[in-house]
Ligand binder design. Structure first.
Ligand SMILES: Nc1ncnc2c1ncn2[C@@H]1O[C@H](COP(=O)(O)OP(=O)(O)OP(=O)(O)O)[C@@H](O)[C@H]1O
Length: 235
């Protein structure tokens, strides 16, 4: 089963008298477990597509399915609940809370969204922090970490609720080449270990090459030849 499908999805923004098509009639299918890249020039619609998959926005037209649920008409409350249960997010600028330690940042979604008791939070947090290789940094604050370490902590936070899908908007944009590669390797390993589907946008050709499925956007349209590169998808 595909984890994400877009059927004829358009997102139109009206600015004054002018309509801007951020996405235009996009149909795409993302197989479960596929390490998936969205690529294209600035303004091509990558963030818009991620926001629709992330139930942060609704399309002007078309149908969006995520993990078997039609999400394009969910209300605020329903989409928040769906995000909390099914989705994780990784951002270009990490978005860690500066006043919380790594442990507390990773714990945050379990506390604030899932409302789990500490006895359930601690083992889940320890597990993902170990998985991303940050056990020795768990008591540090974001200001005490390198960029790569911050992004590893952010990946742990995205994974702690065992989401089906992690959406990452240019997760390596603020990292040097070697660190970017480490974060990509980490996401792939997490996919293997937890079965999570990762969908990320990127401008970096070295990162694109590692995708198993790639969608190429230009001016809000999906170009022909968007590719399924590998055959090894997890069902
Ligand atoms: N809230 C908004 N209001 C009006 N126009 C918007 C809005 N959000 C995005 N757009 C427009 O939609 C188009 C697609 O934007 P989007 O952010 O999805 O592109 P992108 O591929 O993610 O770009 P980048 O690589 O620069 O992040 C652009 O023309 C943008 O100006």
């Amino acid at each position: 089963m595909d984890i994400v499908t877009f059927e004829n999805v358009s997102k139109i923004y009206r600015i004054g008298e002018v309509d801007v098509a951020a996405l235009l009639d996009v149909t795409l299918h993302i197989p479960r477990g596929a390490f998936t890249a969205l690529v294209g020039p600035s303004g091509s619609g990558k963030t818009t597509a991620l926001n629709l998959m992330g139930c942060l926005d609704r399309p002007s037209k078309g149908e969006v399915m995520v993990d078997g649920r039609q999400v394009d008409r969910l209300g605020r409350r329903e989409s928040a609940a769906f995000r909390g249960e099914k989705l994780g997010f990784v951002f270009q600028d990490f978005n860690l809370l500066p006043v919380l330690t790594v442990f507390e940042n990773v714990e945050y979604p379990l506390l604030m969204i899932r409302n789990l008791p500490r006895s359930q939070r601690k083992p889940a947090v320890d597990r993902v922090i170990l998985a991303v290789g940050m056990s020795n940094q768990a008591r540090k604050y974001p200001s005490q970490l390198s960029g790569g370490q911050k992004q590893r902590a952010a990946v742990a936070r995205a994974l702690v609720g065992e989401p089906a899908l992690v959406l990452a908007d240019e997760p390596t944009a603020n990292l040097d080449g070697q660190t970017a590669q480490m974060v990509v390797d980490l996401m792939k390993r997490m996919r293997d270990e937890f079965g999570t589907t990762f969908v990320f946008s990127t401008h970096d050709p070295r990162i694109m090459k590692q995708a198993e499925v790639m969608f190429h956007l230009e001016d809000g349209r999906l170009l022909d030849g968007s590719s399924v590169i590998g055959e090894e998808h997890h069902d």
